[in-house]
Unconditional design. Sequence first.
Length: 356
Amino acid sequence: MKRALIFFSFVLFLACKEQPKEAAETSVSKNENTRTEQVENTFGIVIHGGAGTILKKNMTPEKEAEYKAKLEEAIRVGHTILKNGGTSLEAVEKTINILEDSPLFNAGKGAVFTSEGSNELDASIMDGSTLNAGAVAGVKTVKNPINLAKEVMLNSPHVLLSGSGAEQFAKTQHLELVDPSYFFTENRMKALERVKEKEKNKEANQTTAFYDPVIRNAKFGTVGCAALDKNGNLAAGTSTGGMTNKKWNRIGDSPIIGAGTYANNATCAVSSTGWGEYFIRGMVAHDISAMMEYKGISLKEATSEVIQKKLTALGGTGGIVAIDRNGNVSMEFNTEGMYRATMNADGQLTIGIYKE
Ligand code: ASP
């Protein structure tokens, strides 16, 4: 009898203990769309090709069509991978490869020049299912830096490699290496000359240089991608040549996990573009994920708060593309424009350049 009484009390105790937890979970799932059950089998992808003062009046219809065609080509590559059941990581890498191989964007082939007339490339990638990440900074001979970032993540004990060491590692992974002259493009060289000319005429220091429109705009054009696959895994990646006229082996936000790239299956995947120093100081990509996680707010609310309020208040310019675990997408920027595209599970494609 005594034993039965103890057993009964124990069962009663467990039932009471469990109750508040269940109640709490129900109320969270009712309140926030970020906390609802994941939409099964959905997938989606979103990309950017840089943000900045991109104005229609400065663009020819031919140039505009060229940008849109390349964005579409890239996003369709990733979309097909996802549709066929491939991973978000693979979709991110292969999509970025298309943009890296195009001279239109400031990444890979189209990378901008440093003050010394060389090209130093940065990239990073993150897997939202494991929180594993890889990044490289200041590489000069790796054709597709995003591939090297992925190898760092998968085949090294490190997260971030730089310079000649990163290149040695690239050799061990049998990645495609090119002569530095591969990255020469006439346009980017002209941009460097213009910026240098401006700099000379103004005794510019770093701060005044940033406020000069020619100099300021010469530093945008990074590429990035965020994707959700059918298994509910999120991934993000970013690749860049950094900023025109950069000195002293400057490294921006793009290879910094949490600033230029972040992915977490519990929240979202984010790729940033813009004035890198501010994205590092604001830890922009991670901040968006953290706001969703800690405040229980939606992707839209988190990206709007971080870009329109926090980044803007700091004095930073640029934008992000992001996708959450339900396939909701955000393409938020505080500049005049951002090259961008998104495609959902139904195959609906949206491409944009300017502010809507
Ligand atoms: N965020 C990059 C950097 O500062 C530049 C860009 O996004 O265009 O290196």
